[in-house]
Design a protein around this ligand. Structure first.
Ligand code: S3P
Length: 187
């Protein structure tokens, strides 16, 4: 039950796992938070919320929000959307956009959740970020931007995570198989 030798899976649940806690997936852009979240929720028979999807539903496509209101405008909408998802009484699985955890209010709210950091690297996500092409934060040179943001954000993800899974080389079901024992530990 460990990741690769240089990046072992880590787990300190601090008493947060249990029926009352949301499971929140955080991590770099294109790490697979949405696809893992949807599948995890289905397996655990929990409701699934993708906050990027909610933002788009209520405010229009994310690239258009960035174009009209800039990054700060997007972060404001994002923080409100994340707060409302976390306020939902019935516990579920929630996947956050890669930059959502930069908001200090969101960081406070995450203390009540079980936070899972899906770790990855550029090599793994590169085909995805090139294919999708709809991430304003990666405009210009997507690979270089991804690496810059990843370097800056890694300490934030690590500090918020109760559980870290090295997803490199793993299929979605394999990520969930690796995560499940940690989640069941405190239940
Ligand atoms: C962002 C990540 C995106 C989306 C927006 C900004 C970021 O979500 O919220 O484009 O700043 O990391 P994904 O992490 O799902 O790509």
């Amino acid at each position: 039950m460990s990741g690769s030798p240089e990046r072992p899976d880590r787990c300190d649940l601090g008493g947060r796992v249990g029926p009352a806690a949301h499971i929140v997936l955080i991590g770099f852009m294109a790490a697979g938070k949405s696809v893992v979240g949807r599948e995890l929720a289905a397996r655990r028979r929990l409701r699934f919320t993708d906050t990027d999807q909610l933002v788009a539903q209520h405010h229009g496509p994310i690239p258009e929000i960035f174009a009209a209101r800039g990054e700060c405008g997007f972060r404001e909408v994002e923080a409100r959307t994340v707060a409302s998802a976390l306020a939902e009484k019935v516990p579920g699985v929630i996947s956050l956009g890669g930059g959502a955890v930069l908001d200090t209010g969101t960081q406070q709210l995450l203390r009540r959740a079980t936070v899972v950091f899906l770790d990855t690297d550029l090599e793994t996500v590169l085909p995805r970020i090139i294919r999708s092409g709809n991430r304003p934060m990666l405009a210009g040179d997507p690979a270089r931007r991804w690496e810059e943001l990843a370097k800056a954000r890694r300490p934030v993800y690590e500090s918020l995570a109760d559980i870290t899974i090295d997803t490199r080389g793993l299929t979605v079901p394999a990520v969930i198989d690796r995560l499940t024992p940690f989640l069941n530990e405190g239940a």
